[in-house]
Design a protein around this ligand. Structure first.
Ligand SMILES: [Cu+2]
Length: 253
């Protein structure tokens, strides 16, 4: 097969794969905003990459027998065009990135200023070497092994550390926030699907760092309310977990 034909097929295959591939559904509004930005940037980067690669292959093919290369001459029109095009692309990338960074679900500072008291669910997250403790607002319920969230509900996390720098990282929900000693930080999310995810510490915080992870279970609204009611009935500061059926139901919904 001739190189030009092989290259054409490669371009068609790449474009087809990009257009036909459907990303997995976002599990939260944070994840959706990040996915959308990635998609926008990819639609800019892909044609540019193909253009540059095509020019490179063309130059190699066209001039491979050129034994008498000559320096290029000035071409002001071409220089103005590529400078303006590069500027336009950078402005587009900057504006797209700014809107995602200003999203209150992505930026902790915005989250802090826009979430009204009493709106959604408040969860206090206390980190230590090496574990997490989750307190669910003023319900008196605390869990240490699993974080429970309610689907389709705003959640505001207040994050604190008793010792060193830890972090609160749930990739599937698009959440990542460092937690500092003697300082409160805030994170916010809004799950849009039931399911089980994983929370990690993403800051190397000592010899037990690898143990700093916990399942995150997103229950539907009635399951969450039932679970919270059970915990409150069982007594304040309960460390128990919901029965296996409730968790299994959450995973399959
Ligand atoms: Cu840690």
């Amino acid at each position: 097969m001739r190189p030009s034909r092989a290259l054409s097929w490669l371009c068609v295959f790449t474009l087809g794969a990009v257009v036909c591939s459907t990303p997995a559904a976002a599990q939260s509004v944070n994840r959706a905003a990040i996915n959308e930005l990635n998609e926008q940037l990819m639609y800019v980067a892909l044609p540019l990459t193909l253009f540059v690669e095509l020019m490179l292959v063309y130059a190699i093919y066209r001039f491979h027998n050129n034994d008498d290369p000559r320096p290029t001459v000035d071409d002001p029109a071409l220089e103005v065009t590529w400078t303006a095009a590069t500027g336009a692309i950078l402005v587009f990338v900057g504006i797209s990135g700014f809107f995602v960074l200003a999203n209150p679900y992505i930026s902790p500072a915005s989250a802090d200023s826009t979430v009204e008291a009493g709106e959604g669910i408040e969860i206090d997250v206390l980190t230590y070497q090496w574990g997490y403790e989750f307190s669910y607002g003023d319900t008196g319920v605390t869990t240490s092994e699993t974080l429970y969230l309610r689907n389709d509900t705003d959640v505001r996390f207040t994050l604190r550390s008793t010792d060193v720098i830890h972090s609160f990282y749930i990739p599937e929900l698009g959440l990542k926030q460092d937690i500092f000693p003697s300082q409160e930080t805030v994170a916010r999310t809004h799950p849009t699907e039931n399911g089980t995810h994983r929370l990690y510490c993403a800051e190397l915080c000592g010899s037990g760092h690898a143990r700093m992870q916990a399942p995150v279970v997103v229950l539907n609204q009635s399951e969450y309310d039932d679970w919270l009611g059970e915990q409150q009935e069982a007594g304040t500061n309960s460390m128990s977990t919901p029965d296996a059926n409730a968790t299994a139901g959450a995973n399959t919904n």
